[in-house]
Design a protein around this ligand. Structure first.
Ligand SMILES: *[C@@H]1O[C@H](CO)[C@@H](O)[C@H](O)[C@H]1NC(C)=O
Ligand SMILES: *[C@@H]1O[C@H](CO)[C@@H](O)[C@H](O)[C@H]1NC(C)=O
Length: 435
């Protein structure tokens, strides 16, 4: 273990140690020169030629014994100043070597570019006193680009409020849930929402229900996925379609259709992060993060390993601001879903949370977990809230029936309980699913 660690250190510091070795060699050379000049002011070879022929020890005696009488103080001063200027030159050389080494290292790691990016973002400032420092988490929005999709830009101009809106993707498999979804949105009085119809039936249905709908042109390649694709393919499509909304300068509250709206979510957002998402967690720890201590008794003194844990963000309900990290997130998720068969929510969370490490560049988007009681998942509702006299009186902003397969029945029960005041509406359902 120790050996491996040393090896790593040596490798990661390779260039600076090479640089300082050069500097050391230069320094030693210059120093030797100075000593020689001091000891043999008339030249090395002449001094040696005057040496008595009986060995090294007397040579030392000779130089000590003679230095006082054969040097003038003027000569000493000249030598001293030469020494000073030489060591100054040596310092300069050292600095140059150091600078070169640093530049080389930065270039190797591509950090120059990152530094430029950072400088472009804002003026460099001093840190200021203790406790007053805040880092950047609200990234600047991208410059909007209408040319990406002029038709969508027109629709969004009409639908969005303050440049933000709810967006849901739907095909005819989820028609019943979609209807319940927009009925509750309309009941709460939310004007800024849009259905992205993945087939004609849903577009017609929205048209006839006076629901704002956007249907992509059939010749825009990815739509064939939306018509025929299973859940997996549609998940990837979602991230690609969202990208255009962000490029057009809008913040999107992406919403699955198995969600009941009880208040206007736009009154409950912080808007300070690239991604603000509801959690799959079910209590303070799991939703907001905790130290999960892993115990390995065979390690003795070091048996406890501390691990950082948080339950995943729900990729079926999140607010995303039009920033570079956000768009990079969508691209990374869409790209991975196109290349591998994975659960989109797992990919979404991995891209959001995994840090940079050897061979991998992390995303570094800022993120915020929504209040788990205001943006409530169905585990919180059925496992905890409905059994707690105090929590039962809460009024969530939304309830997402994400944890249960009999979605439509539970969605109707949620409406009965929170909207129609039917106190026993949630009772027939078990905490989890029936199998
Ligand atoms: C829905 O309405 C739009 C706008 O009025 C129209 O262009 C479109 O053809 C309609 N779609 C369907 C499937 O009826
Ligand atoms: C969870 O955290 C909130 C806010 O910090 C606190 O008020 C509440 O009591 C906590 N709940 C539990 C069960 O610990």
């Amino acid at each position: 273990m120790a050996g491996r660690r040393d090896g790593l250190l040596a490798r990661s510091n390779g260039s600076p140690s090479r640089g300082s070795r050069i500097a050391m060699a230069v320094a030693v050379g210059v120093l030797l020169g100075c000593v020689c000049a001091f000891l043999y002011p008339d030249g090395l070879f002449r001094s040696f030629s005057t040496l008595p022929s009986h060995g090294q020890d007397s040579a030392a005696d000779w130089s000590l014994g003679n230095s006082a009488k054969c040097e003038t103080s003027e000569r000493t001063n000249v030598l001293k100043s030469e020494l000073a200027s030489l060591s100054q030159k040596n310092e300069d050389l050292k600095k140059q070597v150091m600078e070169l080494t640093t530049k080389l290292k930065l270039a190797e790691q591509g950090k120059d570019q990152a530094q430029n990016q950072f400088v472009a973002l804002g003026e460099r400032r001093k840190a200021g006193p203790f406790g007053t420092v805040k880092s950047l988490r609200t990234n600047p929005t991208v410059v909007l680009d209408e040319s990406v999709n002029p038709r969508l830009a027109k629709i969004l101009e009409k639908v969005a409020v303050r440049k933000e809106l709810i967006v849901a993707l739907a095909n005819s498999n989820v028609k019943d849930m979609l209807e319940l979804w927009f009925q509750n949105i309309q009941r709460v009085g939310i004007p800024n929402y849009l259905v992205v119809a993945l087939d004609d039936e849903i577009e017609r249905f929205c048209n006839s229900s006076k629901v704002p709908v956007y249907r992509r042109n059939p010749d825009e390649g990815i739509d064939s996925i939306g018509r025929s694709g299973g859940n997996h393919a549609v998940s990837g499509l979602k991230f690609r379609i969202l990208r255009e909304f962000l490029q057009l300068g809008y913040s999107v509250l992406l919403s699955d259709v198995d969600i009941i709206y009880l208040q206007n979510p736009f009154d409950h957002l912080y808007r300070d992060s690239d991604v603000e998402s509801m959690s799959d967690g079910h209590n303070n720890m799991t939703a907001y993060g905790y130290d999960d201590v892993f115990d390995e008794p065979s390690m003795g003194w070091a048996r406890y390993a501390h691990t950082m844990r948080i339950w995943v963000y729900n990729s079926g309900f999140f607010y995303i601001r039009p920033t570079f990290p956000s768009i990079e997130l969508l691209d990374r998720v869409a790209d991975r879903l196109a290349r591998q068969k994975s659960w989109d929510q797992a990919v979404f969370n991995e891209e959001l949370f995994f840090p940079s490490h050897p061979g991998y560049e992390g995303l570094h988007a800022s993120k915020r977990t929504m209040d788990m009681y205001l943006f409530m998942n169905s585990k919180v509702l059925f496992k905890t809230v409905r059994k707690d006299a105090h929590l039962r009186r809460l009024k969530p902003v939304i309830v997402h029936v994400n944890y249960h397969p009999e979605k439509f029945a539970r969605m109707k029960a949620v409406v009965d309980f929170f909207v129609n005041g039917k106190q026993d509406a949630l009772d027939p359902f078990p905490d989890g699913s029936r199998y």
